[in-house]
Design a binder for this molecule. Structure first.
Ligand SMILES: [Zn+2]
Length: 402
């Protein structure tokens, strides 16, 4: 499918969105679902036939020539019929809550002392990002490593930030860069923060460690350990061409079923159940215990001419991400698949601040850039074309056959 086609469809959807939000102010006739304008219909010429034509005007034939008040209702139902044919897109945001040093907010790997400046900066980043999301009623899936859970609870004297996020409908999940980090984070959340997590992340880091030949077995091992830790959902970036993904060549760029849209959308939109028991995580195993939900890689923020994701996100980075989001909507409008489709992206909290160790508070400009992107997404949300969800809510919808 050509990108231009997606752009065109996106523009049409945005146009419908704008029309919809201005519905109360428009009185010009819109094409119906079949594109037929009232002027194309056969018309009579006599006063009282319901058509104001020929010599008739508001004075000579008020019955036919009054202001067309009810037409707005007819027009809007036509628009809604067109929009309702497009399945909703589940929108999610996975946030990895760590810095370049995994033991933050502690000063040292031995986790002996919390750095209060770092703890405050991490909390400010979480609050800043959460505040922008909540302005639109959106919620994120926040994924934590064990030291961050322990450090923030220790600093706040209780699971304050965790309870605050959950109270606003966010999801708290697990993040790990090594096999043993997944159960450690799950236990930390359960025992220190009183949270029973469902979602895990960070799987891919296992694969480069093991090499391509072992990619399937390494990933399957991580998934078995993840399920054994009581986790059943994974936010991943298996998108071919994405970050650190040497599973892609092993899988022949095929993950799940019908996930052929990734060049346009940046992610694999249909979640699947990896067949990790048979060491084939590319294949869909209906009824499997793990649901994988793919997001756009962090590398989607790399601008032309640059070689790494930005230190601090700006509107230019979200503008680039927005093309993928628009294409995801375009894909749904084009294909009208009955299978659940999700689109999401990922960042760390540290992409909102200068530096990578939470040594600085978040930049207002970065939060405003997120705000700008979400206001674009929200225009579709208000039309019912986008559903805000956490990863576990998406998995629940997939597994309930929605
Ligand atoms: Zn990470």
């Amino acid at each position: 499918m050509k990108k231009e086609k997606f752009y065109l469809i996106s523009i049409v959807i945005l146009f419908l969105t704008l029309i919809g939000s201005c519905r109360g102010f428009t009185s010009s006739p819109m094409p119906g679902a079949d594109g037929v304008l009232p002027a194309d219909l056969p018309q009579g010429k006599s006063c009282g036939d319901g058509v104001c034509d020929g010599p008739e005007n508001a004075d000579t034939c008020p019955a036919d020539c009054q202001e067309p008040v009810p037409s707005a209702g007819i027009e809007s139902s036509s628009e809604e019929a067109a929009i309702s044919d497009i399945p909703p897109l589940y929108f999610f945001y996975a946030i990895h809550v760590h810095g370049s040093k995994e033991y933050l907010p502690y000063r040292d790997p031995g986790m002996t002392e919390v750095d209060p400046v770092v703890a405050e900066n991490m909390l400010a980043a979480i609050e800043g990002i959460a505040g922008v999301l909540e302005k639109y009623g959106a919620r994120a899936t926040w994924e934590f490593m064990a030291p961050t859970v322990q450090g923030l609870v220790e600093y706040q004297g209780g699971p304050v930030i965790f309870e605050r996020l959950q109270a606003a409908g966010h999801e708290i999940g697990v993040h790990g860069h090594r096999l043993e980090a997944v159960p450690a984070a799950a236990v930390a959340l359960q025992e220190i923060a009183g949270i029973d997590p469902a979602t895990s992340s960070g799987f891919l880091v296992q694969v480069p460690v093991s090499g391509e030949a072992q990619a399937q077995s390494a990933m399957s091992l991580v998934m078995r350990a993840t399920v054994e830790s009581g986790l059943s959902v994974g936010t991943v970036n298996f998108t071919p061409g994405g970050e650190m993904n040497n599973l892609s060549s092993v899988c022949g760029d095929q993950f799940g079923v019908g996930n052929d849209m990734y060049l346009e959308t940046g992610n694999l939109m249909h979640p699947w159940h990896p067949d990790y028991l048979n060491e084939d995580v590319c294949a869909d195993f209906p009824g499997g215990k793990m649901t994988l939900i793919d997001h756009v890689p962090l590398t989607a923020f790399i601008l032309p001419g640059e070689d790494a994701p930005p230190d601090v996100l700006g509107s230019q980075h979200f503008d680039q991400l927005q093309v993928y989001f628009d294409n995801a909507l375009g894909y749904l409008a084009e294909n009208q698949s009955e299978r659940l489709a999700a689109w999401g992206f990922v960042t760390h909290i540290i992409e909102y601040a200068v530096g990578s160790q939470a040594e600085n508070p978040p930049e207002e400009s970065a939060l405003e850039a997120l705000d700008g992107f979400l206001s674009h997404v929200d225009a579709y949300h208000r039309q019912g074309l986008v559903i805000y969800a956490t990863a576990s809510e998406i998995a629940e919808a997939v597994n309930s056959g929605n």
